[in-house]
Design a protein around this ligand. Structure first.
Ligand code: F6R
Length: 611
C-alpha cells in the first residue's frame, strides 16, 4: 500500500525522503513524489512509475530544504499518473499533503470546495485534504487549528503528513485507521508509514494511535488525541536491524525470506514450547481452562495467506481439541452479521496487523462482546494493539509482497495454540504432547533439508514454465496447503492456477484439463494417499502433466506422477508446514523464469489498509 515519509531537522530533506521511500518500495506503488520546504516556498516533484523516475527528476531539478514529505502511491481513486501522484498542494501553494488510505466523504467535500471556487487538478480523494486545511488556515491563520478542524470532517481511514508554507518549522501527522510511526532523532524528527523507512536514522519510535495528531518540530514531538488533549506516549525501541529489512545477498526478498524459515519456525516454537517443561508457555495470553470452558464458538478470521494459515488452525483445533471452528475471510465475515457474544473467541491472523478487513472484523467482534486473540507479526500494529491477547509470531520484517515466512510462523503458531487448548481441556495426554513436541522441534531442520535441495524446484520450474493452467489438488490438510501454493503462483508468476479438493475435480473443473495443464498434487496424509493417487490418474488420463509433493518413502506416488518432490517424513498434522515449502520455491522459480517483478508483483500491495 502507499508509503509516507516526512522529515524535519537540520539536514537536507530530499535525500532522506527518497532513502525512506526506497525502504517502503516493498509495499507496492505506482507513482512517487516529494514536497520540500525551501524556507520560503513548498516545491513539489512527483511522477508516475518507479522511484528511480523520481530520483531522475530530483537530479534534474535539485530541491533544497530541511523540511519535507514524501510518498509512494498505490492508486485507489484516479489512475496512476503524474497528476494523481502525491504530494497534493492547495491552490495557493500553502498546504501540501501526502496521504495513505481513503477519505470516504471526499465527494461531498469536493463539491463544497468547488462551489467556493477551489480548482481540483487530480482525480484523487487526497486533494480535498490540502484544499480543506487551506480553507480553514485562511480563516484562522493557525496551522494546527486548521488541521484539527479539517480532520474532524474526514470520514474513512487515513494517515496524513502535512506541511504549510507559512510554517517552515512544523510537520504535522494525522492517523486514523492507517499506520503511522514517528521517529525521534537528535535535533531532527521523522514520520513514516513503516519502520524500515526510519532505521537508517533512528531506532526510537512512537506509534501514533487512532485519531491522534502529532506536531513535530526538529526538537519536539507533541501528540494529541482527537479532543486535542496532549497525550504521553512511551518510546518503542526497535531491536531488529536494517539488515533484517535488506536482501543480504539474495536476488529477492522473497528468496531470502523463504530461506529464513528454519530460523523463524525455530524461534516461534522455542519461544512458546520450552525445552524444559511439559507444556506450552503462552506467557501473558490468558487462555486457561476456565476461559476456554466459557467459550462456545471460535471464529478464525483473516485475509489471503493469513486466512490459509487460519484454515490449518481450524483443522487442528477441530481435530485435536474437538471444538468446532468457523473459518471466514475477513471481508465476508464483517458483513455477514456473525453470531457473536461474550462466549465467542475470535482468532484473527495477520502478518502486517493493519489489514483493514481483519481489523474491522476484530472491532465488530469486540463490540459484540467477543474475546479477541490476534496472531500477528508486526509489533505494535493496530490489530496487535486492539486485540485482547496477542500471539507474536516473531518472523521479523517481511518485505516481499508475497508472504512466505509469516505463513510458516503462523502455521507453527496454530500447532502451539491447538496443543495448548487440547492440554488445558484434557483432550491431549502429556505423552501425546511429548511426541508432538519432539516432532515440532525437528521441523526447522526438516525445512532446512528441503531448502538445501531447491535445485529440484528450480528444474521443475524450467520444465513447466510454459504451462497455461495449474491446478493444486489435495485432500484434508493437503487441500488446505494447496490453497496457499496456488495463491503464491498466481501472485508472483501471474499464472492462472486454482486449488481444488482432489475429490471435487470431477464435478466440473476436470473439463479444463488438457496437455497445457499442470496438476500439482499434495499427498502427505497417509490415510488419503490412495484416494489422491486415483485423482492423479484421472487427470493424467486426460493429458495433464502431474507433479506431486509427498513424504519420503511414498514410492507409490512415483509410479503415477510425472515428477515427485519429496519432503522429510513427519506426523500428518505437521506436514503442511513442510509441504508448503516446495510450493513456495516452485512459485518463486516459475516467476523468475517468467520475468515478473517477484518482490513487488503488479497490482498488489504488502499491507492492504483499504477495504
Ligand atoms: C499473499 C499475501 C496476502 C496477505 C493478506 C493478508 O502472499 O501476502 O494474501 O496474506 O493480504 O495480509 P496480513 O497478513 O498482513 O493481514
Amino acid at each position: 500500500m502507499c508509503g509516507i515519509v516526512g522529515y524535519i531537522g537540520n539536514n537536507q530533506a530530499p535525500s532522506i525522503l527518497i532513502d525512506g521511500l526506497s525502504k517502503l518500495e516493498y509495499r507496492g506503488y505506482d507513482s512517487a513524489g516529494v514536497a520540500v520546504h525551501d524556507g520560503e516556498n513548498i516545491n513539489i516533484l512527483k511522477t508516475k512509475g518507479r522511484l528511480s523516475n523520481l530520483v531522475k527528476l530530483v537530479i534534474e531539478n535539485p530541491l533544497t530544504g530541511t523540511l519535507g514529505i514524501g510518498h509512494t502511491r498505490w492508486a485507489t481513486h484516479g489512475v496512476p499518473s503524474d497528476v494523481n501522484a502525491h504530494p497534493h498542494i492547495s491552490n495557493d501553494n500553502m498546504i501540501a499533503v501526502v496521504h495513505n488510505g481513503i477519505i470516504e466523504n471526499y465527494v461531498d467535500i469536493k463539491n463544497e470546495l468547488a462551489a467556493e471556487g477551489c480548482v481540483f487538478l487530480s482525480d484523487t480523494d487526497t486533494e480535498v485534504i490540502a484544499h480543506l486545511i487551506d480553507k480553514y488556515y485562511k480563516e484562522c491563520l493557525d496551522f494546527e487549528d486548521a488541521v484539527f478542524k479539517a480532520v474532524n470532517r474526514f470520514e474513512g481511514a487515513y494517515a496524513i503528513g502535512i506541511i504549510c508554507k507559512d510554517c517552515p518549522d512544523k510537520l504535522i501527522a494525522v492517523r486514523k485507521g492507517s499506520p503511522l510511526v514517528i521517529g525521534k532523532g537528535n535535533g531532527e524528527n521523522y514520520i513514516a508509514s513503516d519502520i524500515p523507512a526510519l532505521l537508517n536514522y533512528t531506532r526510537e519510535v512512537y506509534f501514533l494511535e487512532e485519531d491522534e495528531v502529532a506536531v513535530l518540530t526538529k526538537d519536539s514531538v507533541a501528540i494529541y488525541d482527537k479532543n486535542r488533549n496532549r497525550v504521553e506516549r512511551e518510546i518503542y525501541h526497535v531491536t531488529w536491524d536494517i539488515e533484517a529489512a535488506e536482501k543480504s545477498g539474495y536476488a529477492h526478498f522473497m528468496l531470502k525470506e523463504i530461506n529464513e524459515q528454519p530460523k523463524i519456525v525455530r524461534e516461534t516454537i522455542l519461544n512458546r514450547v520450552p525445552e524444559n517443561g511439559d507444556g506450552i508457555d503462552l506467557e501473558n495470553i490468558k487462555l486457561d481452562r476456565k476461559d476456554l470452558e466459557n467459550i462456545d464458538r471460535i471464529y478464525m478470521v483473516a485475509c489471503g495467506t493469513a486466512y490459509y494459515a487460519g484454515l490449518i488452525g481450524k483443522h487442528l483445533i477441530e481435530k485435536i481439541c474437538r471444538i468446532p471452528v468457523i473459518s471466514e475471510v475477513a471481508s465476508e465475515f464483517r458483513y455477514s452479521d456473525p453470531i457473536i457474544d461474550d462466549r465467542t473467541l475470535l482468532i484473527v491472523v495477520s502478518q502486517s496487523g493493519e489489514t483493514a478487513d481483519t481489523l474491522e472484523a476484530l472491532r465488530i467482534s469486540k463490540k459484540n462482546g467477543a474475546r479477541v486473540l490476534a496472531i500477528v507479526n508486526a509489533v505494535g500494529s493496530s490489530i496487535a494493539r486492539e486485540a485482547d491477547d496477542v500471539f507474536y509470531i516473531l518472523a521479523g520484517p517481511e518485505i516481499a509482497v508475497a508472504s512466505t515466512k509469516a505463513y510458516s510462523a503462523q502455521v507453527a503458531a496454530m500447532y502451539i495454540l491447538a496443543c495448548h487448548i487440547a492440554l488445558e481441556l484434557g483432550k491431549m495426554t502429556k505423552d501425546e504432547f511429548k511426541e508432538i513436541k519432539e516432532q515440532l522441534y525437528m521441523l526447522p531442520s526438516k525445512i532446512e533439508l528441503i531448502l538445501q535441495k531447491q535445485d529440484v524446484e528450480k528444474k521443475l520450474a524450467e520444465k513447466y514454465m510454459n504451462v497455461k493452467n495449474v491446478f493444486f489438488i489435495g485432500r484434508g490438510l493437503d487441500y488446505l496447503v494447496s490453497k496457499e501454493g496456488s495463491l503464491k503462483l498466481k501472485e508472483i508468476a501471474y499464472l492462472h492456477s486454482e486449488a481444488y479438493a482432489a475429490g471435487e475435480l470431477k464435478h466440473g473443473p476436470i473439463a479444463m484439463i488438457d496437455e497445457n495443464t499442470l496438476v500439482v498434487a499434495i499427498v502427505t496424509q497417509e490415510e488419503l494417499i490412495e484416494k489422491t493417487i486415483s485423482n492423479i490418474k484421472e487427470v493424467k488420463a486426460r493429458g495433464a502433466k502431474t507433479m506431486a509433493v509427498a513424504m519420503k518413502g511414498n514410492t507409490k506416488i512415483a509410479e503415477v506422477a510425472d515428477d515427485v518432490i519429496y519432503i522429510p517424513r513427519t506426523m500428518g498434522i505437521l506436514a503442511p508446514i513442510l509441504a508448503n515449502i516446495p510450493d513456495q520455491l516452485f512459485a518463486y522459480y516459475m516467476a523468475l523464469n517468467l520475468g515478473t517483478d517477484i518482490d513487488k508483483p503488479r497490482n498488489l500491495a504488502k499491507s492492504v489498509t483499504v477495504e
